[in-house]
Design a protein. Structure first.
Length: 129
């Protein structure tokens, strides 16, 4: 739920003195014997000093807020730790602009059940407009 990710993100940013502009989350699907995970793309207004510490704390905060996520993360039973990709400056804005989606009606989905948006953003990450 978006409320859970927003709350966990706010709690993490407060603890580590950083600030997020925008983010999106998508699944990393289980393949063969590999466990799944959640993959994030986050654009920071103020980056954390240590992205690994940020990722670990964000994962912990989501577990505290969401018991279903906590159960799946327990001993990495079903899900591996989340993956955080730090977005380049203006990634989300540039992607929306490139796809004629600027304006109040269009937003990057916060949570997705597929990888359509995140895979596109990750490819767009290296493309500077």
């Amino acid at each position: 739920m978006i409320e859970n990710t927003d709350k966990a993100l706010a709690k993490t940013c407060l603890a580590l003195n950083c600030e997020v502009i925008d983010y999106t989350v998508a699944p990393i699907f289980m393949e063969n014997k590999e466990k799944g995970a959640h993959e994030w793309v986050i654009e920071f207004k103020k980056k954390p000093e240590n992205i690994l510490e940020f990722s670990t704390l964000l994962d912990k905060n989501i577990q505290e807020i969401n018991s279903d996520y906590e159960a799946k993360r327990h001993n990495n039973m079903t899900l591996n730790p989340l993956v955080v990709n730090v977005a380049r400056v203006n990634l989300f804005y540039d992607w929306l602009k490139e796809n004629d989606k600027l304006g109040g009606q269009h937003k990057i989905p916060r949570l997705s059940n597929d990888r359509k948006y995140i895979d596109t953003l990750l490819k767009f990450q290296v493309y500077q407009i």
